[in-house]
Design a binder for this molecule. Sequence first.
Ligand code: CA
Length: 233
Amino acid sequence: MHAEAPPRVLIVEDETKVARALADGLGAERFETRVAASGEDGFFLVSNESFDLILLDLMLPQRGGLEILAALRARGLQTPVLILTAKDTVEDRVLGLDVGADDYLVKPFAFPELLARIRALLRRGRLDPASKLRHEDLELDPVSRAVERGSRALELTAKEFEILEYLLRHQGRVVSREMLARDVWKVTARATPLDNVIDVTIARLRRKVDDPFPRKLVHTIRGVGFVLGVEPR
Ligand code: CA
């Protein structure tokens, strides 16, 4: 069982005043927030940290919100995304949802409405932890804790299971040792000995998940971390 941590919300918004108002409002409701002032910053944060929800402004300098959203979804990101848009046209809303947004809100909006939408998306997200996680022929059942690849049952230790579940929930994204230390080992200050433990545990996991099969799923990104599913370039 995981302790109930405050939901983490990433706010991607270039207007400082709006971003601050959102962060303050959500902070008062016990959300943990991070602000990205550009699409690039948002993309970077999403790649390096985990969030329960993303608030995404569409009108951003350089790369717009829709482009960022499409890129994140193409990489397999499953985090709910709520679009904030001043573009009050049906086309933009439909396009946003097509690209992978879960909901949208047209500016200006009332804060209680934003809060209600966020809570609805988080509830929907919370149903997820029970459903099976899959990548190609690999399947993990978070409830029964059974793991199979092909028709073969894999016997994992508790930590190996937690890492594999984490990699599956972040599939297609690079998972850093820092993320594993924080979210799997629940340690905030990273130390070299823990990095070694992480590497050893990943190596053992890989022997079980990948060694007996020709197609490898868990890859190391040198100096950065690990990724499940996408071969590093
Ligand atoms: Ca904007």
